[in-house]
Design a protein around this ligand. Structure first.
Ligand SMILES: [Zn+2]
Length: 294
């Protein structure tokens, strides 16, 4: 699954280490677990959830995470994500090809995505976008298949789940080219700086905030920037199993992130905004339900 570990390498960032032995040890979450939330991005098809997904979903429910959008990152992963959504009523899925996978796309890719997007469990196009950080696929391939998926979302008028990493301003240019056809779209796992945020907000994008904001080394700037996001554009996500909030104590064994940790992210976001967690939960949950038409 290394091609999907698109956030950090385990060796350097430690946000998704070995998943061989994530046992029963799950940290207590001293945060507003009674508040209803929606995790707009979790990679539940990841091999690390292969053995205990039922327990993961039960913990999420107990933590107030009412619904989870399972991220599709390739045609095959999007099929698997949709199958999970068929089996578990609290799940919905997205269908798309991650920029890391762009080099593997071919003439059949869009046909396969189109078929998936016609199914009731599949609620958004993505994740798709540009990643000029890892460059696992050549830029021309990334752009070509990103644009193809943008056009598909415009045509189907379905929401877009977008990935952008070190790709500003090109990413915004391609979105701008869609003009007024651009459907509702979220910049998932926003980690950028002020100029990038302003460009996205101007394009009308929603902003997805992950546990990156809990990282005292890399995420500090987000504690300030998040105040610029209008309340009706903010959504929360774990990006599990990646990006385990670094300030969780104790850290989960094997560092696997999971949707039950979303209240921890909510707590950090609410503190950064200086607002009550229940208000932030209500707003972000309403945003997610409106966005994905849940
Ligand atoms: Zn992503």
């Amino acid at each position: 699954m290394s091609t999907h570990s698109h956030k950090n390498s385990p060796s350097t960032q430690g946000s998704h280490g070995s998943h061989a032995s994530h046992g029963a040890h799950v940290p207590h979450t001293p945060h507003p677990a009674h508040l209803e939330t929606v995790d707009i991005g979790a990679n539940l098809t990841h091999v690390s959830f292969g053995d205990d997904l039922d327990e993961v979903l039960a913990r999420a429910r107990r933590a107030g995470v009412a619904q989870i959008m399972v991220t599709g990152t390739s045609v095959e992963a999007s099929r698997q994500a949709r199958e999970l959504a068929v089996r578990h009523p609290q799940l919905r899925s997205t269908a798309g090809v991650h920029p890391h996978e762009a080099g593997n796309c071919n003439a059949d890719t869009l046909t396969a995505l189109r078929a998936l997007l016609a199914l009731p469990e599949v609620v958004a196009v993505g994740e798709c976008g540009l990643d000029f950080n890892r460059n696992y696929s050549p830029h021309p391939d990334q752009e070509r298949w990103f644009v193809a998926q943008l056009e598909l979302a415009c045509e189907l008028d379905m929401p877009l789940f977008l990935h952008s990493r070190d790709a500003h301003p090109r990413f915004a240019e391609l979105l701008r080219a869609c003009g007024s056809h651009l459907p509702a779209a979220v910049a998932h796992c926003f980690t950028g700086e002020a100029a990038e945020l302003e460009a996205y907000l101007e394009l009308g994008l929603y902003i997805g905030i992950t546990g990156w904001i809990c990282d005292e080394r890399r995420g500090r700037h987000l504690l300030e920037l998040i105040k610029r996001i209008p309340a009706d554009r903010l959504m929360l996500e774990t990006d599990a199993p990646y990006l385990t909030p670094r300030d969780m104590r104790p850290q989960p064994k094997a560092r696997r992130n999971e949707p039950a940790f979303l209240p921890h992210i909510l707590g950090t976001v609410a503190r950064a905004l200086g607002r009550p967690a229940d208000e932030v939960a209500r707003e972000t949950t309403a945003n997610a339900r409106r966005f994905f038409r849940l």
